[in-house]
Design a binder for this molecule. Structure first.
Ligand code: GLP
Length: 241
């Protein structure tokens, strides 16, 4: 796994945006799976700036949502859908027919999983994915112990994820399950970016990059992908030695 460490989060986001734009330029029509969460938001703003400068056409590719909190929809600030549409898809002007995102309000999770799987199938698989490493090492909602499932899954969220969710919603919501593309499906992508920033991620980054791969640290299961890059700021890289 290639590791790129930048001095701070601003420079890290700039580099992630440039490298994502380079992939898009080379792969028109590709299917991208971009994480919500706090970590990539500045990189998404940078990508929109690159588009405004004429350096990339973000509408030349297709998108699939990575994950969603079950029972939560776009009208809830902090849902993955709200974060992605308000933070990226809408300001980037991506046509609606190029995006399929999870609807956490669908009361039939099996149908919802199939809808996402069908879109991935229609586009011939995910080509590129950008994944934020969660505090417990999850990627999407592939929680510790989930392994490398292909297709999509409904997962019981672990305690860390439920505790961390307060930062997105500003309060504790009664969420028990998450919907996600499986880590094995994500791993089939041609190119994988793993990202983490801040000192609070230093320990899980060390476990991801320096310890033997383990199902208890889902991000570590991605590291033997043939084209994976881990983007860090110096604070997140602190325990790498
Ligand atoms: C969250 C989200 C993911 C996100 C990850 C890291 O729970 N469901 O989409 O990539 O965990 O989040 P953050 O970047 O806020 O640390």
């Amino acid at each position: 796994m290639k590791i790129i460490t930048l001095k701070n989060e601003a420079l890290q986001s700039e580099k992630i945006a440039q490298d994502t734009a380079a992939f898009i330029r080379k792969n028109p029509g590709a299917l991208l799976c971009l994480a919500a969460g706090d970590t990539p938001l500045e990189a998404y703003r940078q990508l929109i700036r690159l588009q405004a400068a004429g350096e990339v056409d973000l509408g030349s590719v297709y998108y699939v949502g990575l994950d969603e909190w079950e029972g939560i929809g776009r009208e809830t600030s902090g849902s993955c859908m709200q974060v992605m549409f308000d933070g990226f898809y809408d300001p980037a002007g991506i046509p609606a027919d190029r995006i399929v995102a999870w609807n956490g309000l669908n009361d039939d999770p099996e149908a919802e999983k199939k809808r996402i799987e069908d879109w991935i199938g229609l586009r011939g698989g995910i080509d590129f994915t950008l994944l934020g490493i969660g505090m417990n090492g999850h990627v999407g909602f592939n929680e510790p112990g989930t392994g490398l499932p292909e297709g999509c899954l409904r997962v019981k969220l672990d305690e860390t994820t439920r505790r961390v969710s307060v930062k997105y919603f500003g309060r504790a919501l009664p969420i028990e399950y998450g919907l996600s593309i499986g880590a094995g499906e994500l791993k089939k992508a041609k190119k994988v970016f793993l990202i983490a920033s801040g000192r609070h991620k230093a320990e899980i980054v060390m476990k991801t990059a320096r310890m033997p791969a383990s199902a208890e640290v889902p991000s570590s299961l991605m590291t033997d992908h043939p084209d994976i890059t881990l983007y860090l700021d110096e604070a997140a890289a602190e325990q790498l030695g």
